[in-house]
Design a protein. Sequence first.
Length: 582
Amino acid sequence: MLRNIGKIWELLNKKQKWVLVLLLIMTLIGTGLELLAVSSINPFVETINNPNVLNDKEALTGKVYRLLGEPGYTEYLIIMLAGLITIYIIKNAYLLVLYNVQYRFSFENQRLMERELLKSYLEREYTFHLKHNSAELQRNVLQDVMGMYHTLSSGMTLLTEGGVCLALFIYLLYLDKTITIGVVAFLVLIFGLYTAVFGKRNNRIGMESRKATAMRVQWVQQSLGGIKEIKILGREGFFLSSYDRNSAAYAKRQRQYQMTVTAPRPIMEAAGISALLGIIAFKLLRGVNASYFMPTLTTFAVAAFRVLPSFGRLSGAYGAIAFQKSAVEEVYSGITKARNEKKEAGIQSKTKERIDMQEGIACEGVTFKYPESDKTIFKDVNIKIPKNKSVAFIGPSGAGKTTLVDVILGILSPVEGKVLVDGKSIDQNIDAWHNMIGYIPQTIYLMDDTIRKNIAFGIDDNIVDDNRIWEVLKEVQLYDFVKELPEGLDTYIGEGGARISGGQRQRIGIARALYTNPEVLVLDEATSALDSETEAAIMDAINSLMGSRTMIIIAHRLTTVEKCDIIYQVKNKKVTETTLPK
Ligand SMILES: Nc1ncnc2c1ncn2[C@@H]1O[C@H](COP(=O)(O)OP(=O)(O)O)[C@@H](O)[C@H]1O
Ligand SMILES: [Mg+2]
């Protein structure tokens, strides 16, 4: 358990650590104030119960009484009441401030941690994302980080409530040894039993709950993401029941967890009160005078109402830490990994430079295998893509065309061999390589945003050049369409471009690739999904760029690539130059 908190501590920066320590001190002061408030009731009750205490030389009440110049009995009671009121108001005002500081620390840093985790995922290589389901990563960012801060606050609870219990224990010990030791021994026994029984179990429940969370998110996404196919095939029931299965597992784990966190309170209360009253009964039986209990009992009752929930919170915090263990481990490993392999050029400092390509691109002895797969996709590929030539890759589907192009793009790394630009490996400056590429995949990823934002795709609003946008819209023959829209470039195209046609979606993708005026254009079946007429129109636009750009085109319709200078056939793990059948 301490290891978990240690992991979180490791992730915090210097300032956060200081604030945390400050917060801890503030919390301890708050706890001290609470104790003061609890114990300040006793003198008042004592004074009512036994006015003679005012004449007692030893008692604190008597001392204060004389310090105030021995006012009348009633006046003194009123002064005490005023004192009590003041203590309670100050204590609770302080607590309000404390809660505010706590929430600020927790939520602000939680946000920063989420950001760091998301950033680390954005920086991860493409193969990492091929392996991980996005719903899982979503959960890590949005829920596990929350779990981590929950662990941190639970750790604080353990410390402060532990402190409260200890202080109250000492105070009560001073009031009555037998009762206190009896009650506390009993409570500690129950707490020990609880942690022994539920610690490991909560670990496991936590892990299973995390799995169910990711699956639950995934099924909601899949149900809504595939809505068109689902509706036409009438498979709503299947998707709903798949969601049900996972959400039921999630609900069950959450229920079990909430029970183990909540149950200690009533159990501790029942146990504590029984022990307390039991011991009193025992003392009465032993012949101790009942009047002796009056003030002690009141204090005990007040203290019990503070101590019992404290014990409950202690057990709850312990349960929460166990429950969040696997979430903390996930966040910890994600963030430390990212910190250890810090990229030289982070997201913020991406270079704007491009490679000044003179000769062209080449693959030398490139062999590729997907990680965690034994199947070699292609072996010892040696090809040249000269500058400003158009190169086509053809071949049966599943042959490895997309994979080869992904290797050339540098988002997949070859197992052997190199991809070179003018004889230099693209790994030497991958950002500069990417800066000169326009990439158009078969399915364009579109945001639920305006046409302008989808073409600029991440270029800051205030540096987007509308003239350039209109230019590329002309090139992809969307100019008239957008001109006639009442909202023009500000038209929202719906999620995934749901409000425009397939051809228009594809053209927006091409416009996006052209916007930066890239020297290398890569089309991976960019027009395959379109009807031949639209395809011909778009290819006309693309073909008009031939000769002034280096083009890499994957297509399955041979007519699409008939104007290319070089044709490569991808087949049986080999890439060979070929000609189109006449
Ligand atoms: N992430 C992956 N992990 C393992 N194998 C993959 C992965 N992606 C694609 N493949 C395999 O690689 C082969 C080539 O795929 P791909 O390059 O997409 O073919 P093409 O574009 O020529 O149709 C296919 O057999 C496919 O099963
Ligand atoms: Mg493909």
